[in-house]
Design a protein around this ligand. Sequence first.
Ligand SMILES: Nc1ncnc2c1ncn2[C@@H]1O[C@H](COP(=O)(O)OP(=O)(O)O)[C@@H](O)[C@H]1O
Ligand SMILES: [Mg+2]
Length: 303
Amino acid sequence: MSRRKIGMWMYQNGGGDVIENKLIQGLKEREIETISGLNLRSADAHNGGIFCNGIAMDSLDLYFTYNAGEQTLYQTYLYEILDRYIPIINSFKGFALSEDKMKTNMALKAAAVSTTDFYLCHRDDVENIKATMSDWNAKIVYKPVDGWGGMGMALLENEDDLNMILPFLNQIDIRFLYVEKFMNYDGTDYRVDVVDGEVLGCYGRRAKKGGWRTNVTSGGSVFLRELDDDLADIALRATKSVDLDIAGVDIIYDQDREEYVVLEVNGIPAFATPEQEALGLNFNDRKIEKIIELIDRKTSIQS
Ligand SMILES: Nc1ncnc2c1ncn2[C@@H]1O[C@H](COP(=O)(O)OP(=O)(O)O)[C@@H](O)[C@H]1O
Ligand SMILES: [Mg+2]
């Protein structure tokens, strides 16, 4: 078998560069060569193939794309095309599903995994949103379906709040309105890390005082948290339902329904930063090893 060669695009901040080096070293020990820094932003394509930094992407044995920044339409367009010719971790299908909260919720429902109550309608059907709000008899969360880091969301307590944001929403080019029932939870969540059908670890995040979002970018803080079998099972089923090889599943405990509820499934869950490792989040190395095994398996010639 000729030497296997994979492409990689990995985030570099928050210790990502160190993780990348460990991945590359581990792959090398298995005789897999890695070409890093392959950002599809700088790729182009022609009859000869898709090229990035002089590398024929569609001739690689696999592409590992793990960069948390928002991807442009150009990058995702090439991601989708490339996925037809070589294995990609995560697959484009999984990426596209998990990037979209509405599509994710539908996939979770179909797999009988508990998720938030959600409602989607045409941008002009504001009356439907109002009716839903009154049916739920609860606060609602307006969310962009493709947002991240808790950005662009609004907690609406009543119709007046909704009326207040509508002129703003009408100014931006939204296709539809998507809202969720505001879950009655204690302001903490579970982030469960999954690779290749195995749970590798878990930690918690706590919203800042007076806040309702647990995201670190929204002021939330990370803490050590134990995992139980129920949570592990939910995380595995959620990951499978959106076709991801690598996932970070966000789960909260709904105090009204008295059950765990999946909020979203993240396809590019960050590794623990050096500061979080110092706090005791100690599963980076196991996650790296598991990813190396996964890449090894996916690039092995099937007999
Ligand atoms: N329906 C909801 N009910 C209660 N809290 C929510 C709800 N949706 C989101 N949140 C809070 O906001 C945070 C961010 O929401 P999430 O859907 O995970 O979007 P993002 O992709 O921006 O992280 C969650 O971690 C949670 O703390
Ligand atoms: Mg989230």
